[in-house]
Ligand binder design. Structure first.
Ligand code: IPD
Ligand code: CA
Ligand code: CA
Length: 259
């Protein structure tokens, strides 16, 4: 199955690459920060058609079409373009993110960083890979010297989960904090030892699914803000991903502004 996920991620990546910096339609979803382009939709259509043809009995949860056939044992969790705001503004940081869940467990995940042409993948129990080479999280154990990354939800103005307060607190407690604009790539940079940790409130299953497995298979940890593991298909996914060594320190920082 991983070969198929890789194949379809790269095919979707070709559509996205061809559309980058071209004229494409943009619509607003919930507000003027929350965009969807025709390229998001084209990418998703290609992926869904592929899955339906090759795995007709599998369920699909995909961001733009909101498809839910979640009774089947296997489910494909699809973000056809993670980093739409970057894409729409010509900033080359975005990805295709596809994870497969069996029962409640993520068994495979692929994140394709389209413009860099870097593909991250993992299968449960088999390690994590970046363009075919094994990756692992780094060994930094002090948050004070850590490089962290985060993201903000589209409903930041109403969201009650203190995203800005957390951001300030991490700025004061780390070496530096970045905001790249693709949660899937954020996870993969933790998995490959670039970032020591990533956190974000209220992510969706398609933002997290593949990246969570890739971090875990690279030796890292992904939990909720209380430090507990969580199921990918539950309602809220306030995520902390780290190399494991600074995880408790990150949870402590989050506690300072918890509701
Ligand atoms: C978004 C990106 C961003 C994160 C947002 C996500 P989208 O996904 O991953 O980094 O901060 O919370 O919604 O909308 O570009 O697929
Ligand atoms: Ca996303
Ligand atoms: Ca998306």
């Amino acid at each position: 199955m991983i070969k198929d996920i890789i194949e379809i991620s790269k095919l979707a990546g070709e559509i996205i690459r061809a559309g980058f910096k071209q004229n494409f339609e943009i619509e607003y979803k919930t507000n003027s920060s929350n965009l969807v382009t025709e390229i998001d939709k084209k990418s998703e259509e290609l992926i869904i058609n592929y899955v339906k043809k090759k795995y007709p009995k599998h369920g699909i949860l995909a961001e733009e079409s909101g498809e839910k056939e979640l009774d089947s044992e296997y489910k494909w969790i699809i973000d056809p373009l993670d980093g739409t705001t970057n894409f729409a503004h010509g900033l080359p940081i975005f990805s295709v993110s596809i994870g497969v869940v069996k029962g409640k467990e993520i068994i495979a995940g692929v994140v394709y960083d389209v413009i860099s042409d870097i593909l991250y993948c993992a299968e449960k129990g088999s390690g994590a890979y970046r363009n075919g080479s094994k990756i692992s999280v780094n060994k930094r154990d002090d948050i004070k010297t850590s490089l962290l990354v985060t993201g903000f939800p589209y409903d930041i103005k109403e969201n009650p989960l203190n995203a800005v307060e957390h951001f300030n607190e991490f700025l004061y407690n780390s070496r530096a904090v970045r905001r790249l604009g693709s949660a899937a790539i954020d996870f993969c940079y933790v998995a490959s030892g670039v970032f020591d940790g990533f956190w974000e409130v209220t992510l969706q299953p398609w933002d997290v699914c593949a990246g969570k497995l890739i971090v875990e298979e690279a030796g890292g940890l992904v939990t909720d803000f209380d430090g507990n593991n969580y199921e990918i298909l539950r309602n809220r996914r306030d995520s902390v991903a780290s190399n494991g060594l600074i995880h408790n320190q990150m949870i402590e920082v989050l506690r300072k502004n918890s509701n």
